[in-house]
Design a protein around this ligand. Structure first.
Ligand SMILES: Cc1cc2nc3c(=O)[nH]c(=O)nc-3n(C[C@H](O)[C@H](O)[C@H](O)COP(=O)(O)OP(=O)(O)OC[C@H]3O[C@@H](n4cnc5c(N)ncnc54)[C@H](O)[C@@H]3O)c2cc1C
Length: 398
């Protein structure tokens, strides 16, 4: 028996990130407890009725675009092997409008620089607007809620709902993690922090530059539009799932109220009309304020890329030493101190559905010291360490 198989992991937060970590742990046969403060999974950011799955691409390869493409491919592989298509409502196909010269230049080059096969993405025309577009034939509109719940069902962790993590510490005696929840004290071997925007309740994550970003979507009756597949144009209008389409999503990092803003609904509607006027004949006759809306919150890191890796232990970092001096004198022996058995997966921003599964696989392999076929450059670009080093360099760590 692999020694890790007699160990227990606690995963905090039953969104797409926590569900993906549970799935990665289940492949390692690690006993897992999934802790969620709400009464069921996917009530927060992962709770939108429809989301879109497609990769982030840049003109030239970057570690982040390479990760995103690999994550998209990994998502599609699991989609097939776990037969999600039969259980998670979805529609295949996304048209991503290239409605400016710079967008066309960026994305047409990205196909070449990333050697993307036509089966994943190709240049096309969006039929309603006749605008140039990138077509992701296997990009998807999915139900994030059912995707999250399906992953949890397959992973089969012990599910603790209505139970909030209040604090945790590492025992000096045996290195176990003592986790205080509202209801009990859990003693576990591994801890995975996937709390989404509520990261700020954990003082050990305070130094990581993440922020909460408000987003509003509108649910529109499907019959109103005829587009067969989802269309992205900065905002997005999804394909029909269960008689609904989603028009989204606004983005506000400064004002974070939970109430719907009527003006934002109006702006989303006007934006759609000006970008895709042929989608509807009588735009002005529709009272958009009658439609349901939902407000939720992304978690965004300072560089807008996911945060995936072992959690650095700031309390053991000697910040009295200047970063520059330390590297000059002692570069070879310098090591960041970590909570070796604590991992973080957060900062999924606007692409959590595409990125969470591969990010969770990388994280679990990192914590269990297992090899994974992902380059060190990509893994480094995801680690929380990047912010620690940046802050240390600028003397911003206290
Ligand atoms: C408006 C909007 C539209 C979006 N559209 C898309 C899209 O089309 N495609 C896409 O890929 N992504 C989209 N995203 C982003 C995507 O929704 C997120 O990246 C993803 O859902 C984040 O998942 P998560 O698991 O990190 O966070 P969450 O889903 O927020 O999960 C975190 C969970 O942790 C729980 N929790 C927090 N603190 C504690 C605690 N102390 N104890 C116990 N439980 C705790 C919370 O209750 C919550 O259930 C969108 C986001 C928004 C806001």
């Amino acid at each position: 028996m692999n020694p890790s198989q007699s160990k227990t992991a606690l995963v905090v937060g039953a969104g797409i990130a926590g569900a993906s970590v549970c799935y990665a742990l289940s492949k390692q046969n690690i006993k897992t407890i999934l802790l969620e403060q709400e009464s069921s999974a996917a009530k927060k950011a992962s709770g939108n009725p429809i989301g879109v799955v497609y990769p982030f691409l840049t003109k030239h390869k970057t570690p982040e675009s390479e990760f995103s493409l690999l994550a998209f491919q990994y998502f599609l592989e699991l989609w097939e092997s776990l037969e999600f298509g039969q259980r998670v409502p979805h529609v295949d196909g996304i048209h991503f409008l290239l409605d400016s010269n710079s967008a066309y230049d960026r994305y047409s080059h990205s196909l070449l620089s990333h050697c993307i096969p036509e089966t994943l993405a190709c240049l096309s025309k969006e039929p309603n607007s006749n605008l140039d577009a990138l077509l992701f034939p296997e990009g998807k509109a999915v139900s994030p809620v059912l995707l999250t719940k399906e992953l949890i069902r397959i992973a089969n962790p012990m599910e603790h709902y209505n139970s909030k993590l209040l604090s945790w510490e590492m025992s000096d005696a045996n290195g176990n993690l003592i986790c205080h929840t509202e209801k009990e004290i859990l003693n576990v071997d591994y801890l995975f922090l996937t709390q989404g925007y509520q990261f700020f309740t954990d003082p050990k994550l305070e130094w990581i530059p993440m922020k909460q970003v408000r987003g509003q979507i509108v649910e529109i009756p499907s019959s109103m539009f005829q587009n067969q597949i989802s269309i992205l144009y900065g905002d997005y209008l999804t394909a029909d799932i269960g008689g609904k389409r989603v028009l989204g999503a606004s983005f506000d990092e400064f004002h974070l109220e939970e109430e719907t803003r009527p003006k934002e609904t109006f702006d989303l509607w006007n934006g759609l009309q000006s970008k895709l006027p042929n989608l509807l004949k009588n735009w002005e006759k529709i009272d958009i304020q009658n439609f349901d809306t939902r407000v939720s919150f992304r978690t965004q890191s300072q560089d807008r890329h996911p945060i995936v890796g072992k959690l650095p232990n700031l309390s053991r970092l000697d910040t009295s030493i200047k970063y520059q001096n330390l590297f000059r004198k002692n570069a070879k022996t310098f090591e960041i101190p970590y909570y070796e058995t604590v991992g973080i997966l957060n900062g999924l921003g606007s692409r959590g559905l595409t990125h969470a599964l591969l990010a969770a696989e990388i994280l679990v392999c990192d914590i269990l010291s297992q090899s994974i076929n992902i380059s060190e450059t990509i893994r480094k670009a995801l680690k929380p360490d990047r912010f620690l080093l940046r802050k240390w360099k600028r003397d911003e760590l206290t």
